[in-house]
Design a protein around this ligand. Structure first.
Ligand code: HEM
Length: 438
């Protein structure tokens, strides 16, 4: 690990404070993180950052630099550091698993093993296979919009619709029965929001370890969450080895790499990344897009008048919400990024939400436009780790809006929307709405 290079502190900020803020989950919750990002992009876009309690890293905040890091996957690797985690959390993971990760999911691995594992399910998530699922996804979308109509004239769009819809789709793809959905939802919320007070209060296993920047004593015990998921998917593996079905779980359970069955930890991690990455992200985007339509009624009118804009609206919602806020890489050799020399062993954190508000990449990035032609956001990452589920996510969100928009006669906010308190995967946790629909 290299020593911190000398970077001129910004006026008005002590170095320490800004460095603490860029990882502070509260700023993600109230969205003031955008002020921090804008300032870093303008004044020191590749910034050496040393938050209290974390190993230091380079904050990569510009769209072009995020693409550069993603493209250079042989220089910037995943396996050593994947997410922002306090030193205490990292040490705890090491003591439990013997290496730097709780799981060995695709995002924790590098090639060649990453590509081999990814290859097992990739075709499942490509458009030709998804086409076969389109009618079932449309049915699930309709059932959720019907439910919204029954709940009318008011509901919490996140808690009653957006959280459940993508969960049902991903569980259908994995062959998991609907009665297990509340369990999966809880486990995902614990994985992604272990420091969120609402998540902690509902968890049966509270921890006292720092996780994702949360204070000691305010977290979920992620090891207990992981064990529960291992038990659950362990039973699924046994079943699918005996009785393979036409689902993704069967592909994973019977997956072979280099002529050998994939390891237990790799299989568990595979289920977990698909089950968890596959719904929280999509539900945050679905709800976040609706909130922007409510805040910008002229955009709602434009969209309802021209439904051919739905794909643009979906892409704009993904750019706007950017539910995955960051991923990390580690440099394997000395290299340059913009004006900085990155040393071998340095960590880099790609702040995707910042890249998606970069005015060198997007015109008027702080305006939500349903007719924006978004072709290059970084919400799905880029390069060899490009989101495996991006076509599925787009298809799901489109299906819901295609069903919902024509049935909505009116809709307005009916309370204060709230975001989760998390700096990794985050988005709305409540969106009260009042509406009339058919
Ligand atoms: C709007 C929804 C979603 C967003 C914004 C999103 C975002 C991301 C991001 C940023 C990455 C890392 C990319 C990188 O490192 O370059 C990723 C990876 C991944 N995503 Fe998604 N995701 C979404 C939905 C889904 C869905 C529905 C699935 C379901 C299968 C999924 C499965 C995965 C997997 C398996 C990876 C790991 C890929 C790899 O490392 O090779 N995601 N996603």
């Amino acid at each position: 690990m290299s020593a911190a290079p000398s970077v001129t502190p910004f006026p008005g900020y002590s170095m320490g404070r800004l460095d603490d803020e860029i990882v502070n989950p509260e700023l993600y919750e109230n969205e003031t993180i955008h002020d921090i990002y804008a300032r870093v992009r303008r004044e020191d876009p590749v910034r050496w950052t040393a938050p209290t309690g974390f190993r230091p890293f380079w904050s990569v905040t510009k769209h072009a630099d995020i693409l550069e890091v993603e493209k250079s996957h042989q220089i910037f690797v995943n396996r050593l550091r994947t997410y922002l985690s306090p030193i205490e959390g990292e040490e705890w993971v090491k003591s439990v698993t013997g290496d730097t990760h709780l799981f060995r999911t695709l995002v924790d691995l590098d090639d060649p093993v990453h590509m081999k594992l990814r290859g097992l399910t990739q075709s499942w998530f490509m458009p030709p296979n998804l086409k076969k699922l389109e009618a079932r996804i449309a049915e699930i979308a309709k059932a959720h919009v019907d439910h919204m109509a029954e709940l009318g004239p008011q509901c919490d769009f996140v808690k009653e619709i957006a959280l459940w819809y993508p969960l049902r789709v991903i569980m259908m793809i994995m062959g998991v029965p609907p009665e297990d959905e509340p369990f999966m939802l809880k486990m995902t919320q614990e994985m992604f929001g272990p420091g969120d007070p609402d998540v902690v209060s509902q968890s049966e296993h509270k921890g006292d370890r720092a996780a994702y920047g949360a204070e000691r004593g305010q977290t979920v015990d992620l090891f207990a969450t992981a064990q529960k998921l291992f038990e659950y998917f362990g039973a699924i593996t046994v079943d699918r080895r005996k009785n393979p079905k036409d689902d993704v779980s069967s592909v994973i359970a019977n997956g072979m790499v280099d002529g050998q069955p994939i390891g237990e930890r790799e299989a568990m991690s595979y289920y977990i990344i698909i089950a968890t990455a596959g719904h929280d992200t999509t539900s945050s985007t679905t709800a976040g897009g609706l909130l922007q339509l409510l805040k910008n009624p002229e955009q709602m009118t434009k969209l309802k008048t021209d439904m051919s804009l739905v794909p643009n609206f979906v892409e704009e919602s993904i750019r706007w919400v950017t539910p995955v806020k960051h991923f990390m890489r580690t440099a394997m050799q000395e290299t340059k990024l913009r004006d900085k020399t990155i040393k071998e062993g340095d960590g880099l954190c790609m702040f995707y939400w910042s890249g998606n508000r970069d005015d060198e990449a997007f015109e008027e990035p702080y305006r939500f436009k349903v007719d924006r032609n978004v072709t290059k956001h970084v919400a799905f990452g880029y390069g060899v780790h490009l989101c495996l589920g991006m076509h599925l996510a787009r298809m799901e969100i489109k299906a819901l809006y295609n069903e919902m928009l024509p049935r909505l006669k009116s809709i307005e906010l009916n309370g204060t929307p709230k975001n989760t308190r998390a700096n990794f995967v985050s988005g709305l946790k409540t969106l009260p709405v009042r509406y009339q629909m058919t």
